[in-house]
Design a protein around this ligand. Structure first.
Ligand code: SF4
Ligand code: SF4
Length: 316
């Protein structure tokens, strides 16, 4: 039987997604038996010129992690789209922009002056270092998820994707039974659907940050005043964070059919702090309650700002 050709690539990535692939333990041996890994910069040297020589569609499947932040990320996304029969957005940075998408709140100049505040002069893409000219890939004005620049066949959510989902994907790859294009490898329902906590949808009277209270392990975290993004987040991880007594921060992105995860969650919160059907407040201190939420964008759009409706009004 001909072995599959598999590629793994990282763009603007922390490296966690590459490491997460190893969490499947011995299943990695089944993968090695079924597929040749023809591209994995994290693990083996690769020359982009060699990649350009591959025939179009030659790689059966590329797992692409990380977002598009630089010209190099963009060019490799376009090249891999041509070389791969199946291109997969792996992890929340590729899927929705991820936590690094919050950088879209700042302009390129602001990011550079913050990063290099003690550096005079601030480096540019072409800099002189020790007498040599160093040319770096252009830092784009705005970060985007993978499907903003090329078409994507499958999505694997999570930061990084959980073991169960990676395992299901590898099983589909190894057996040659990939699902319909466009599939998101996760639940069609929200996280609350698989969370074992008892949810009573109590009105919220005070908002807490996780370090401020010791949450009851049986009761819904939202009911206890902790902002848990479970109602607006795609399930599939087995409610890993609520099971560890921590609120969901939304890394799996919006539920099926929803494009703006943050807006969906704000809607849920508005209903829980007692805004009536006609929009009138039914609790006394709803403004004060909302002001207890520190960093509203970072709370509601932590992983999805770059792919949200708000993304289009971010700084350039
Ligand atoms: S999704 Fe999370 S683990 Fe993966 S590259 Fe982005 S930040 Fe890192
Ligand atoms: S703890 Fe979070 S995920 Fe669980 S039921 Fe409550 S809101 Fe949903």
């Amino acid at each position: 039987m001909t072995k599959l050709k598999l590629g793994i690539y990282w763009a603007a990535s922390c490296g966690g997604c590459d490491v997460s692939l190893l969490e499947v333990d011995e299943q990695i041996l089944d993968l090695a038996a079924a597929a040749d890994i023809v591209l994995w910069p994290c693990a083996a040297d690769v020359k982009y010129d060699d990649l350009r020589e591959y025939p179009d569609g030659w790689i059966d499947l590329v797992l692409f992690n990380g977002a598009i932040r630089t010209q190099e990320n963009l060019e490799l996304a376009q090249l891999l789209r041509k070389k791969a029969r199946n291109l997969v957005a792996y992890g929340s940075c590729a899927h929705t922009g991820g936590v690094i998408g919050l950088a879209n709140l700042s302009s390129r100049e602001e990011i550079f002056s913050t990063l290099f505040k003690d550096h005079d002069p601030i480096p540019t893409e072409v800099s002189q270092v020790d007498g040599c000219s160093l040319e770096l890939p252009q830092f784009l004005n705005r970060l985007t998820p993978l499907d903003a620049v090329v078409s994507v066949d499958y999505y694997i959510p999570g930061c990084p994707p959980p073991r169960e989902i990676i395992s299901a994907v590898l099983e589909a790859v190894i057996s040659g039974k990939l699902p319909e294009k466009g599939t998101v490898f996760a639940s069609e329902k929200n996280l609350c659907d698989e969370c074992p906590r008892e949810r009573t949808e109590q009105p919220i009277t005070k908002i807490y940050r996780p370090h401020e209270i010791e949450a009851d392990p049986e009761i819904c975290l939202l009911d206890q005043g902790l902002i848990c993004l479970g109602p607006a987040t795609r399930g599939g991880c087995g409610a890993a964070c609520p099971n560890a007594n921590m609120p969901c921060t939304g890394c799996a992105g919006p539920t099926a059919g929803v494009t703006d995860q943050g807006a969906a969650m704000l809607n849920t919160i508005a209903s829980l702090i007692g805004v009536g059907e006609e929009g009138e407040a039914v609790l006394q201190d709803e403004d004060a309650i909302l002001q207890e939420i520190e960093d509203v964008i970072g709370t509601f759009y932590r992983f999805s700002l770059a792919s949200s409706a708000l993304g289009s009004v971010c700084r350039e």
